[in-house]
Design a protein around this ligand. Structure first.
Ligand SMILES: [Zn+2]
Length: 146
């Protein structure tokens, strides 16, 4: 089980190696992704709270990266965080997500990106439910449920 100390350690000293890498040019990403998805995943913007696909969806299944198809989350770890975005307590695997300190917008946050394609997913916070205490706050457009 991943804890906040693990997330901090990864961000500071290096993330786990991904199983594969998908590296495309910005022009290729622009061609491949719908515009709203491109804006979030490649320009680190944020979709509106509540008005997004998976915020209130609790259908069982797995959530894959909308950029590269990598498995990121399982619906078993999804919970209602009242944040307006889909929220999870754990990633599907330790190597699924890459963490980076993000001090944009005058906030100190921990950015969560896909470890395979480095697409922006959202942020992770240390205020999630026990036992791990993690809250992955993720943009719906960065996910694809299958
Ligand atoms: Zn990806």
């Amino acid at each position: 089980m991943l804890r906040w100390i693990d997330v901090l350690t990864y961000a500071k000293y290096g993330n786990p190696e991904p199983l594969r890498r998908v590296v495309l040019s910005e022009a290729e990403w622009r061609y491949r992704l719908p515009l709203v998805c491109y804006e979030v995943m490649r320009n680190r913007s944020t979709e509106p709270p509540y008005r997004n696909a998976y915020c209130r969806s609790y259908e069982p299944g797995r959530y894959h990266c909308a950029g590269c198809g990598s498995l990121l989350f399982d619906s078993a770890t999804k919970y209602h965080a009242i944040s307006g975005w889909p929220s999870f307590t754990q990633p599907a695997a330790r190597s699924a997500i890459r963490y980076a300190f993000d001090d944009s917008h005058h906030m100190q946050r921990m950015e969560a990106v896909c470890n395979v394609c480095e697409g922006h997913l959202g942020h992770v916070f240390p205020d999630g439910p026990a036992p791990a205490g993690l809250r992955y706050c993720i943009n719906s457009v960065s996910l694809e449920q299958r």
